[in-house]
Ligand binder design. Structure first.
Ligand SMILES: Cc1cc2nc3c(=O)[nH]c(=O)nc-3n(C[C@H](O)[C@H](O)[C@H](O)COP(=O)(O)O)c2cc1C
Length: 415
């Protein structure tokens, strides 16, 4: 691959940079910006070509993305060059008509920490983050992590890295999962710090860079009153990834549903689940109607939520109708969805399926009502969705509080 060398003039001198164009000059091509580690600082960008992403690009026959790798001077830090870096990214994106909603920041070592800080500060600019052998910045508390919103983050780390220990990275991965940020973690258990070639040579990462989904143009969800981020970060994507879920994780999510409140503590909810590829899976997928057939088959599990319509009251022997069975099961579904988010999974409820056929397939007795199917999986790239659904793949907003709540008499809008 022919890599170009350039100089970016700034008010404080010039920044050398490497650039390689994508094979296609389409306007939807991503731009991948690489931030080097501390050792590669200087005034000779060829230094960058010895390892990691620049090396991979230099050896590639052709590129599915535009590639940009600036170099900062010896003795300086990325944070000092933030304004110039953003300006250079804008310039390059404009000049090469890269897709502004598909700009990915990738780093190595100190460059990873810098990429992380830049993305947290300017979250709306970036479609993804690749952090290789990076130290988790001290400032990366929940607020900073939460600001990443729905930006996918992919960590690569060596289990024996003595320059950037792996433990804080593992902790950050768990927190990001809990906050609903789509996160991947590739651990090389026996490797140290020098993993740049392995990570950037990873063919799955390269495919991901080429297909990185567009960043959503909408603002992240903001509440009118402060609530736990969990309530905002639970959302219902259609782009799910069918990662296998083990029994313990699945039952933990359903355990949360078990603790929902119900009228007379009747606990009318019941759950029948089918794992992707297990017996009954194909028949369950056949039950889905309309658009649900286009995305739900990518889930890890489909869970059928039933509610028992009768209930034997305390002190009685015969069942009487449980008039709140659906309402109570709705509460159980909400618990389940929130625990799934806390555990790093995503859910989407599905009312659009053939209930009669489902009753027959799952042999559900008459006294149980079929409520919803619940699709559960890891958050996937929206590139897997067909176009009309991809455009709608955004966390939804909410009506304002004032439309929903009044003190005393009904004084709300009647629409
Ligand atoms: C009872 C119920 C039925 C739903 N049915 C479907 C469905 O059949 N297909 C679908 O794509 N989404 C379905 N949804 C998802 C909703 O559209 C989604 O929850 C809503 O737009 C709010 O977005 P959020 O969950 O991301 O906050 C359903 C949700 C609920 C609660």
């Amino acid at each position: 691959m022919n890599i170009e060398r350039h100089l970016h003039a700034t008010g404080r001198g010039t920044l050398p940079y490497l650039f390689a164009p994508a094979a296609d000059a389409l306007p939807s091509i991503p731009l991948v910006v690489f931030l080097h580690g501390a050792r590669d600082r200087g005034s000779d960008p060829d230094l960058l070509l010895t390892h990691g992403l620049p090396r991979h690009v230099a050896h590639a026959a052709e590129l599915p993305y535009h590639f940009l790798a600036p170099q900062i001077p010896e003795g300086s830090a990325w944070a000092e060059w933030r304004a110039e870096l953003l300006q250079l990214i804008d310039e390059i994106a404009d000049r090469h008509r890269a897709d502004r909603r598909r700009i990915v920041l990738a780093g190595f070592s100190a460059g990873s920490a810098a990429a992380w800080e830049l993305a947290a500060a300017e979250a709306e600019r970036f479609a993804g983050l690749v952090l290789v052998a990076g130290r988790v910045p001290d400032a990366a508390g929940d607020a900073a992590l939460g600001r990443l919103g729905h930006t996918p983050v992919w960590f690569f780390h060596g289990g024996r890295d003595d320059r950037a220990p792996v433990a804080p990275v593992k902790a950050a991965v768990s927190r990001l999962h809990a906050l609903g940020v789509p996160v991947r973690f590739t651990l090389y258990p026996d490797a140290g710090h020098a993993i740049a070639d392995a990570a950037y040579g990873d063919s799955t990462l390269q495919r991901w860079l080429a297909t990185v989904p567009r960043r959503s143009p909408s603002a992240p969800r903001v509440s009118q009153r402060e609530v736990d981020p969990l309530f905002l970060n639970r959302w219902s994507p259609r782009a799910l990834r069918a990662d296998p879920i083990d029994d313990a994780s699945l039952l933990r999510i359903i355990e949360a549903a078990r603790w929902a409140p119900s009228a007379s503590n009747s606990q009318p909810w019941r759950f029948l689940y089918v794992r992707n590829g297990a017996p009954l899976w194909d028949e369950t997928v056949e039950l889905l109607s309309g658009n649900n057939r286009l995305w739900a088959p990518q889930a890890s599990v489909l869970i059928l939520l039933l509610s028992k319509t009768t209930f034997v009251r305390q002190g009685e022997h015969l069942p009487s109708p449980a008039s709140n069975h659906s309402f109570d099961s709705g509460a159980a579904w909400a618990h389940l969805a929130l625990q799934a988010t806390l555990s790093g999974w995503h859910t989407r409820a599905i009312a659009g399926y053939d209930k009669e056929a489902a009753r027959a397939l799952f042999k559900v007795p008459d006294e149980y009502k079929l409520e919803i199917l619940i699709a559960l999986g890891r958050l996937g790239d929206d590139s897997v969705l067909p176009e009309p659904l991809r455009e709608r793949e955004l966390p939804t907003p909410r009506r304002p509080l004032a439309d929903l709540v009044a003190a005393g008499h009904f004084s709300l809008p009647r629409d």
